[in-house]
Design a protein around this ligand. Structure first.
Ligand code: GLU
Length: 302
């Protein structure tokens, strides 16, 4: 059993990351499993080595450890390029010249998570049209998805299904600036790192059918999935990086690590009161059955 931390180092960790990291770690460690760390720093405009170092210090401060060295996505471009070529050789990829505005205009009704379904417009271009557009701008690359229903049983959310063509549409695997997309990198890396269990926020639930399908195309095994309820602000919004008070730097001014872990463990229904506790002390108390399934309001400092 191998679980993983997969933070995006584009700022300090915040409450939402801590929640996912703690529960992913507890799930792996309570099963006697390994835990690996991958820094999802593919976007050079948003990520930096400084943030990567900070993420690792923050995990250590909380009392969460990992096995082996950290894996940096920014150093694995060759591996993603190889998977990309494999999909290209299967005839699954096509260049997409749409700008963001065109993409939105060319999209069909919205998916359940609010994202637009791409119409497939650039997938129908003639060779001559492609050549003409190639001279004008660098394309992004999309993968052509079939009319196929993909379903899986989530450890918390139960059965989830999506029709790839209808609910998702052809999706981007490489941006026009050459950066490989999250969907490709995550599948390649989970496979290469031997990840058997993915625990993350339910905001990524709708990415899972795409990832399961890509795993099949690349001959990679499917991990199990547990999508955690989200932590919400008292007004019902999802907690975000802009909630500065919930950034770990600020939280550290007011709480010790066991206090914070205790509040998270209480929200996860692993303990009866929000009292100080270490991650290690929680290992025997963890079980998927105890965890809440609905999103939770995170009351600031109560
Ligand atoms: N890097 C993503 C994030 O921090 C998580 C990706 C994943 O768990 O698959 O939101």
């Amino acid at each position: 059993m191998t679980g993983r931390f997969a933070p995006s180092p584009s700022g300090r960790m915040h409450m939402g990351n801590l929640w996912s990291c703690l529960l992913a770690w507890l799930s792996a460690r309570s099963a006697g499993g390994r835990m690996v760390l991958r820094l999802e720093d593919l976007d050079p405009d948003r990520c930096s080595q400084g943030y990567c170092d900070q993420v690792m210090r923050d995990l250590e401060w909380l009392g969460l450890d990992w096995d082996g060295g950290p894996v940096y996505q920014s150093r694995r471009t060759d591996i993603y390029a190889q998977a990309f070529r494999e999909l290209e050789a299967k005839g699954l990829l096509y260049p997409c010249f749409c700008t963001r505005a065109e993409r939105l205009a060319a999209s069909a009704p919205h998916r359940s998570d609010g994202a637009a379904v791409y119409s497939g417009r650039c997938g129908r271009l003639s060779r001559a049209e492609r050549e003409e557009l190639s001279a004008q701008r660098r394309p992004a690359w999309r993968v052509r998805v079939p009319e196929q229903e993909v379903s899986f049983t989530d450890l918390l959310q139960g059965e989830y299904r999506e029709n790839l063509a209808r609910d998702c549409g052809d999706f981007i695997l490489r941006r026009s600036d050459g950066v490989f997309a999250y969907q490709l990198a995550v599948v390649v890396d989970d496979g290469a790192m031997g990840v058997t269990q993915v625990v993350r926020g339910s905001d990524l639930l709708s990415s899972t059918p795409r990832q399961l399908w890509l795993q099949e195309q690349l001959g990679l095994p499917h991990p199990d999935h547990g999508h955690l309820p989200l932590l919400l602000a008292p007004d019902g919004r999802r907690l975000a990086k802009r909630d500065r008070d919930l950034e770990l730097g600020r939280l550290q001014e007011r709480h010790t690590a066991p206090e914070l872990v205790g509040r998270l463990a209480y929200a996860a229904r692993l303990i009866d009161r929000p009292e100080a506790v270490t991650p290690r002390e929680l290992i025997p108390l963890f079980s998927w059955e105890k965890l809440p399934r609905e999103d939770l309001v995170w009351e600031p400092d109560c």
